[in-house]
Ligand binder design. Sequence first.
Ligand code: SR1
Ligand code: MG
Length: 408
Amino acid sequence: MSEYVIFDNEKVIEYIKKVGSFFDNDAVISSNEFGDGNLNLVFRVQDTGGNSIIVKQALPYARCVGESWPLTLDRARIEANVLKRHAAVCPANTAKVLHHDSTLAVTVLEDLGQLQILRSALNKAQTFTNLGRDIAHYLARTSFYHSSFYLSPTNKKALVTEFTNPELCAITEDLFFDDPYRQSERNQYPQALESHVAKLRNNVPLLLEIAKLKAKFLTASEALLHGDIHTGSIFVGTHETKVIDPEFGFFGPIGFDLGSFIGNLLLNYCAQQGRIKALPQRRKMQIYLLDTISVCLREFYVNWLSLAQQDTKDLALQASGFAEHFLISVLQDSVGYCGSELIRRTIGLAHVADIDEIEDEQTRLLVQQQALLLGEQQALLLGEQLILNAKNCQSVEDIYQLIIGSVQ
Ligand code: SR1
Ligand code: MG
């Protein structure tokens, strides 16, 4: 097919047969569209012998809103190429691209159906011992090997151009840094939260910190980020952790990815208040989430430092103490981005199932209200507190203590 056309189950099968190489020539194949994300179509194509692949197609608009929100198809190219680049330096934790077609905005991926989406698993109170370590490993390797510590200045600039992603970045710029702090039709929260949301809009120190975080997001081309690493972008199993969906990828501040991941674990921490009724079980789950954050922060720091010590190519950046200095600023940024993720997922356009699927409306409202009022397991105040304190953190321990202090 030489022109873009929106796939349905029949067209996917026709396309996959034409590309060939995924199934035997005489295989009987079927397709099922099961995407439930905000933006794309996702098909599972399988034969009768149990072989399967995933076919993902970008729509020319945001699926969650409809044709009134047009969106570039180029995000499919960005996503496939980020996956390939990240897989080159961290194959263990990156989903594998089998084929990509930019005209159709189609990417064929390995089927990770044997694993679970992390958000759904956490919502069922399932835990994964290796999660913090694996994500730290992924974030450290993908960011270090796509930073100026490792890439030549010429190569880095060429890659920054290749991964310029203005439309998807604009979504984050609006939804993450602007909408929650102004009146916007896109914001979604119950009327009962209005006074708390209004307080955020008038919190001058908070707005200053958000401005600094946004400025960094707009200007700091530190490394090739995933750009949207929430718990719905991670597949998990007992022995495997695989990252998917980097269509928001671009060269940005490294702390953005780390902060997004930690922010989503803290959103789940907050949600458990309305999910697990029995206190001992709830505390157990919440302690697991805090432990995972602790492991992730520490392992990220240790992995990144060790990569910098072994593999920094830039002469000046090899100066003793510079990698440590750089990493502290990354960790500080991550605390701020974590806080803003908590805020935007609570009152902005894109929420999380962790909180939204709490069935009982009163309980859900209680979780949201407590999140605003009490500062414990609470997305908004927690976010605010993290953002305001980020600049005082000088070590991994300081960062972790800040997070722990905020949730207690
Ligand atoms: C219109 S897109 C809304 C959100 O979904 C994506 O996963 C990003 O997080 C974005 O902010
Ligand atoms: Mg996504």
